[in-house]
Design a protein around this ligand. Structure first.
Ligand code: ATP
Ligand code: FE
Ligand code: MG
Length: 349
């Protein structure tokens, strides 16, 4: 089937088109620059930006795929989790398109989208696999069997900040620009990862092996910066960035590999914005290599929020025979991840 996917849960308006697992179009408009001076996403600004970007982004996706609206077989849309105003815009647009063209609508869980992103680059997911989702809003370890037919097993989550959030907050402390992740990645290249002994939260014996905690790292970085300031010393930004990045990459990969070992899984998939981090990638490669585990990381443009990954889930749902969502389906801003199809689907057609 030809499926249009719409994503608008945060600051990216995405439209993507997938046909039978193949990526045909992938268009994203971001309002990131409009939020930069506030140091974080401003919900009202994001909603307005989605409203402005929706039609142009969908048009461009259709043009990229060389398709007309009438040639779509289904529309899939992120119905949660995310910012409610932002989700509303995407859902209203998706409902309109589905209703106007007479095709079924599928409500998709945003995180299932992040998982499915990898299939567009590397093909069907091996069963089972462990997925590490690391983004600005999430840090989760999942055990995925059949993404659209079986419940997704949540192994662990962050107890406080997400990994991306940690990068963004520490970047601020270091005086680096927003978004902080890419800035820390760049700065770290000139730094010494052993210069500061940042903690490795929740890695002691007896700690939950799959839970994460990053707020302590932010506090440790703040204290470290404050010590320099009190001494009137210049902040060794590159060293701080390298050490912080090392601590985050170490904890993420350690726990992901532990999950693979514990569940006898041979494939680790790392997705989400933080999967773009060069040290996270390198350390994951090194540790997976040593453990004989296959590592899959989708390319950068599919790692951050986009519509193609939502289309990929929609395509899988249609092919699995799942029934569509009713047209009165609503958003769920704090939807827990259990099934890829977020909304209760109607009986299979
Ligand atoms: P979510 O998908 O959980 O709703 P989000 O939209 O903020 O949240 P993404 O768009 O997937 O998440 O990723 C953005 C996050 O990724 C930001 O926190 C950003 O700092 C981080 N990030 C991007 N590139 C890098 C990098 N090279 N190193 C570390 N972090 C990065
Ligand atoms: Fe996301
Ligand atoms: Mg984003």
């Amino acid at each position: 089937p030809v499926v249009l996917g719409i994503e608008s849960s945060c600051d990216e308006t995405g439209a993507g088109i997938v046909r039978d697992g193949k990526l045909l179009a992938h268009v994203v408009a971001s309002s990131m620059d409009e939020h930069a001076r506030f140091g974080g996403v401003v919900p009202e600004i994001a909603s307005r930006a989605h409203l402005q970007a929706f039609t142009p982004v969908v048009r461009q996706a259709l043009a990229e795929a060389g398709l007309r609206l009438g040639q779509l077989d289904a529309v899939a849309v992120t119905t949660g989790p995310g910012l409610s105003g932002a989700l509303q815009v995407g859902l209203a647009g998706a409902k309109t398109l589905a209703y106007a063209t007479g095709v079924p609508l599928y409500g998709v869980h945003h995180l299932a989208g992040h998982v499915a992103a990898d299939t567009l680059e590397h093909g069907p997911l091996p069963e089972p696999c462990v997925v590490l989702i690391v983004s600005g809003g999430h840090t989760s370890l999942l055990l995925v069997r059949d993404l659209v037919r079986e419940p997704i097993l949540h192994l662990g989550d962050t107890l406080d900040d997400a990994a991306g959030e940690c990068f963004d907050k520490v970047a601020r402390i270091l005086g680096l620009p927003y978004p902080g992740g890419p800035a820390i990645d760049r700065a770290a290249k000139a730094g010494d990862p052993d210069a500061v002994a940042f903690p490795r939260p929740l890695t002691k014996a007896g700690d939950d092996p799959y839970a994460f905690s990053f707020s302590g790292l932010k506090t440790a970085a703040a204290r470290w910066a404050e010590q320099h300031r009190l001494r009137g010393a210049e902040l060794p930004v590159a060293d701080g960035a390298a050490a912080l990045q090392e601590a985050v990459a170490d904890v993420l990969t350690r726990k992901a590999l532990r999950a693979c070992r514990d569940h006898d899984v041979r494939t680790l998939i790392v997705v989400g914005g933080v999967a773009a981090n060069s040290r996270v990638r390198a350390l994951a490669e090194q540790r997976c290599g040593a453990a004989g585990i296959e590592l899959r990381v989708p390319p950068m443009t599919l790692c951050t929020d986009n519509g193609a990954m939502i289309a990929a889930v929609g395509d899988l749902l249609v092919r699995s025979g799942a029934g569509p969502a009713p047209l009165n389906v609503s958003i769920d801003p704090s939807a827990p991840l259990e099934y890829a199809a977020l909304t209760p689907t109607t009986a299979p057609a």
